[in-house]
Design a binder for this molecule. Structure first.
Ligand code: SAH
Length: 448
């Protein structure tokens, strides 16, 4: 097989990144946007010893699961790499990811429910972080093409709340009008690197964060003045990120105008959210995810609950009124401050939040003899550490409820709990991120 060669392929499978998989002369070939059952002609663009990558030249026989995407940008950019697959099939694909991982880990006796569909299939994101770059002589917003830093200009972000898209475009126009220089990555020069916009579905409040190279720039007052005129904008924040880095946000935020947090709701609780704090991005699906986790926990009024990776306290505060006490741990200081304020805002007095790494605080709690009845964990993609799991087991909870955004690390961690006297037999995948390959899942571990 050679680069640029045109070959005919029959797609047999989908990879975990949702690439079509085919076999050709002993090689495995990965093809973006191709679906199982399809016959395609494809052009090879990368050849390794046992596998290759090719792109579709023509779909000769289309899968009934394919839907036509008119805006190929979404697929090209990697923003919505499942957009060409019917939604019911996307849900099946996500469930299969979990089933396959369990099989690999020899845990085939565990049952996996159908993936819980998201109430909204597009426009569900309550937050967007989009790069700002100079493109063909003018300032543009958009998205980076998959595995690159090439900007694809966009104004319809497809998975984002359309009200946020409108604000992004309006801010882009303000930056153009005020002649603010876009960030130039190669030279690490210019001004605005990213726009970060959040909108509360419950209150309609919108927060606009300008991620900038400098704390101040000559056009900032005029820019802020124009942004605050936009409907429902409640705060304008400058995030200072002077470094040559791929990390989007810098460490410091400056309030330019308005309020430093927006307020959102989950169930009947209110939550203040700061720029650096994590908040679940699918507003309508979040309460359903939490309900599954909370029901699985079967809490009683005497329970002490640990909420690990607690963010702004959303899960722990949702259960606080039904249990004896909640202890939270979270690494982002501003999020911990939000969690404490949120406890007060909702008149909750039995929840305490600590800033620190869960894998360090959990062993400390275990050493101090803290007893937990239920531990809720909701870690980032890399999952838990052995230190955390060992310490969690030491506190001897009846149950550990695991919410995961990465089933691979989840299955790894569940196996470790299983070796330490806990068992589980069911996993519920939940679709928080339609049109993307991301899989969220919930399971409960019980003491043997
Ligand atoms: N449970 C919350 C947050 C989940 S996201 C919610 O549902 O909104 C995961 C959170 O873990 C983020 O807030 C992130 O800042 C935090 N985090 C990441 N690494 C951590 C660590 N080592 N220790 C504690 N918290 C961590």
């Amino acid at each position: 097989m050679e680069k640029n060669q045109i070959i005919q392929l029959t797609i047999t499978d989908l990879s975990y990144e949702a690439m079509g998989v085919a076999h050709y002369e002993g090689m495995t070939v990965f093809v973006a946007s191709a679906l199982p059952g399809e016959e395609i002609s494809a052009q090879v663009f990368k050849v390794k010893s046992r596998f290759a990558f090719a792109k579709i030249v023509k779909v000769l026989k289309a899968s009934p699961d394919r839907i036509t995407v008119d805006q190929h940008e979404w697929v090209k950019t990697g923003l919505a790499s499942l957009a060409h697959i019917k939604y019911a099939k996307q849900l099946e694909f996500k469930r299969t990811q979990v089933v396959n991982l369990l099989q690999k880990a020899h845990l085939d006796e565990v049952t996996v429910a159908e993936t819980l569909a998201s109430p909204e299939e597009t426009g569900y994101r309550n937050k967007a972080q989009v790069p700002v770059r100079q493109y063909h002589g003018q300032l543009e917003i958009g998205f980076f093409r998959h595995h690159s830093h090439d900007l694809v200009p966009l104004t319809d972000f497809f998975t984002t709340d359309p009200a946020i898209d409108q604000v992004l475009v309006a801010v882009r126009d303000i930056l153009r009008e005020q002649r603010v220089p876009a960030y130039d990555e190669r030279q690490n020069r210019g001004e605005v690197r990213y726009l970060d916009v959040r909108r509360s579905k419950a209150t309609g409040e919108i927060m606009v964060i300008l991620v900038c190279c400098h704390k101040d720039f000559p056009q900032l007052p005029a820019v802020a003045d124009a942004i605050k005129q936009l409907d429902h904008v409640s705060g304008v924040i400058l995030n200072h990120n002077p470094k040559k880095t791929n990390v989007i946000l810098g460490k410091t935020d400056y309030l330019v105008w308005g309020k430093p947090q927006i307020v959102d709701k989950i169930g009947d609780l209110q939550f203040k959210i700061s720029p650096q704090s994590f908040f679940q991005i699918n507003s309508l699906q979040t309460p359903r995810l939490y309900d599954i986790a909370i029901k699985a926990a079967k809490l009683t009024p005497d329970d002490v609950v640990i909420d690990a990776y607690s963010g702004i306290g959303t899960i722990g505060l949702s259960v606080a009124k039904h249990v004896k006490a909640v202890r939270g741990v979270e690494v982002v200081r501003d999020a911990v401050r939000d969690a404490q304020e949120n406890a007060e805002l909702n008149d909750i007095h039995n929840a305490n939040y600590l800033t620190g790494k869960a894998e360090e605080i959990m062993p400390r709690w275990a050493k101090e003899g803290v007893k937990a009845d239920v531990i809720l964990v909701d870690p980032p993609r890399k999952g838990l550490t052995s230190e955390f799991i060992e310490a969690a087991v030491k506190t001897s909870p009846k149950k550990v409820v695991y919410i995961s955004c990465n089933p691979a690390t989840m299955v790894r961690d569940l196996a470790e709990f299983q070796a330490s006297g806990y068992h589980f037999n069911h996993i519920q995948p939940v679709d928080m991120f339609p049109q993307t390959p991301h899989v969220e899942a919930v399971t409960v571990l019980e003491r043997d």
